[in-house]
Design a protein around this ligand. Sequence first.
Ligand SMILES: Cc1cc2nc3c(=O)[nH]c(=O)nc-3n(C[C@H](O)[C@H](O)[C@H](O)COP(=O)(O)O)c2cc1C
Length: 214
Amino acid sequence: MKFPALTVQEAIEKRRSTKDFSDAPIEEGMLDEILRLTVAAPSSWNLQPWRVVVIESTEDREKLHQACFKQRQVLEAPATLVFAVDHQAWKDDMEAVIEEARSRDAWPESYCDIARKVIPGGQNALDKAGLIREYAIKDAMIAATHAVLAATSMGLKTTFMNGWMEPAVKEVIGAADRNEIAIAVLVCLGNAAEVLPNPGRLPSDHTVFRHRLG
Ligand SMILES: Cc1cc2nc3c(=O)[nH]c(=O)nc-3n(C[C@H](O)[C@H](O)[C@H](O)COP(=O)(O)O)c2cc1C
């Protein structure tokens, strides 16, 4: 591997949300590797509803900064990944997903036939129940977590962000009028010299249970 790589355990423990990024650019090729690992994430039926938009230009960062209630990390970080989803894309993408899995002998023909029936049934039921957006966002959050851990493993700092106005973020990525597009989360990426303190977590017996919720 060309870039430094922490173990998964080390990356999880080292990751801290960062607000103060330096001017240092992201090393050549590193962002491509992070994006490759990002879209290696799993998704429901492998439908990959995420659409990841990389925001890097000064002009776009300024617009995104406004859309994020002027949170400074969006202006300072050399790149912000906008994790959008297209919750209707499965209609066009399903056959390509099934065919790719079949051609790799990952899904047997019988499973492909089942997928061709079950995916539309399931997705249409989610749509009817008003849940299709939420389900696509679950997939995108997993991809965003891949991005953050991959970036941390390579020595970058990150911040997940929920503090933004969806219509304004959609405008920045050129999706203002597209109802099938929703925003899951934003991730700022870059370098920072500071070592941030860990804010800690609630005691695990408050949040983790065996057998039954306490
Ligand atoms: C989904 C999500 C959304 C977040 N949104 C913001 C945000 O908009 N602005 C911000 O400064 N931090 C944001 N954070 C960072 C959290 O405040 C931070 O993760 C938390 O305080 C724990 O700190 P740590 O990430 O260093 O462990 C977000 C984190 C997550 C997971």
